[in-house]
Design a protein around this ligand. Structure first.
Ligand code: HEM
Length: 285
């Protein structure tokens, strides 16, 4: 039994399965982000991101997603090192192999994607964790609901004291903030870190306003361009990744290979065009 070979094949299978999971995530992520294009001042997008930010199933999914990204990257690096070790001497003359352009460059596009993904996290995800500043919003319904709980004597003394402190700070700033009530009347939005300071220690009452975060970022041409590059890299990775994952999982067949390749291309074009339309929309409209 050739153990290293088996280990390498199982690594490849895990990389393929995790890769397909990431490919599906990108499709769902696109569906949600396309709400940004609705001419409704962000109502749908806020509803979708509020759901994604509060739903417990989504929170578990987020942990799985990050674990998937990390394991996918680590295993890809391990396979790459293994391949290099198995071929210690570099060929003097370029060899004509059947390796496609995609698989040759998958590791490099993967690294580039990782860098662009870090930029993406700095712009969006880290606003949620509080590591970088962004735009914030607060639910009017939530404030009224908490107030009702006090009126009905349903709040613990500590919690009530905290809420009253929050509410007093909030009330002082209310006149500035109410200018930013969203068209659906559900949120006070587009608040900067400056607006919510010193209330920010009650951060649970505030949420990231990803609609305005996206608007601010995509209106900066260099970011719009970097994001469009990122979407092309994702597309390139998909065109290579889907057929390669099918091959690793033994789901390829001479009869269907062309179909798989076509489907990968169609999916990649939807991803690239769909995502790119978002920065282009904010940049020009
Ligand atoms: C117009 C393009 C995009 C926008 C506006 C956007 C927006 C966002 C936002 C708002 C979040 C934070 C969501 C939350 O945690 O509640 C997020 C997270 C994330 N995005 Fe994007 N994204 C875009 C494109 C992409 C692409 C192309 C990828 C794939 C490479 C991607 C991968 C991720 C990942 C892995 C996370 C962290 C997991 C999560 O929170 O769901 N994003 N994105």
């Amino acid at each position: 039994m050739n153990l290293p070979k088996i280990a390498s094949i199982s690594k490849k299978i895990v990389v393929a399965l995790l890769g397909l999971f990431l490919v599906l995530f990108v499709g769902v992520h696109l569906g949600i982000n396309l709400c940004l294009l609705r001419d409704d001042g962000g109502t749908w997008y806020r509803a979708a991101s509020n759901f994604m930010g509060t739903n417990y199933v989504v929170k578990v999914f987020e942990v799985v997603l990050f674990a998937t990204i990390i394991v996918h990257i680590l295993l890809t690096i391990a396979l790459q090192i293994q391949n290099l070790k198995a071929r210690p001497q570099r060929y003097h003359r370029p060899q004509k192999t059947k390796t496609s352009f995609g698989s040759k460059y998958a590791i490099w596009t993967g690294i580039l994607l990782l860098c662009l993904l870090m930029m993406h996290f700095c712009h969006f995800y880290f606003v949620k964790t509080g590591w970088v500043e962004g735009k914030y919003m607060i639910s009017i319904e939530k404030i009224l609901h908490e107030y009702d709980r006090i009126e009905m004597g349903l709040m613990e003394a500590d919690e009530e004291a905290d809420f009253r402190l929050f509410f007093n700070c909030f009330a002082n700033k209310r006149d500035d903030m109410t200018k930013n009530i969203t068209s659906d009347g559900n949120w006070i939005a587009n608040l900067t870190a400056n607006d919510i300071e010193p209330i920010e220690e009650y951060l649970p009452y505030f949420k990231p306003d990803f609609y305005n975060v996206a608007k601010d970022i995509f209106r900066v041409p260099i970011y719009a361009i970097l994001y469009i590059i990122m979407f092309f890299v994702v597309g390139f990775h998909i065109v290579h990744g889907i057929p390669s994952a099918f091959q690793t999982l033994g789901l390829n067949h001479n009869k269907y290979n062309a179909v798989i390749q076509w489907l990968a291309w169609i999916y990649a074009v939807i991803i690239v065009v769909g995502f790119s339309s978002i920065p282009i929309y904010f940049l020009f409209f």
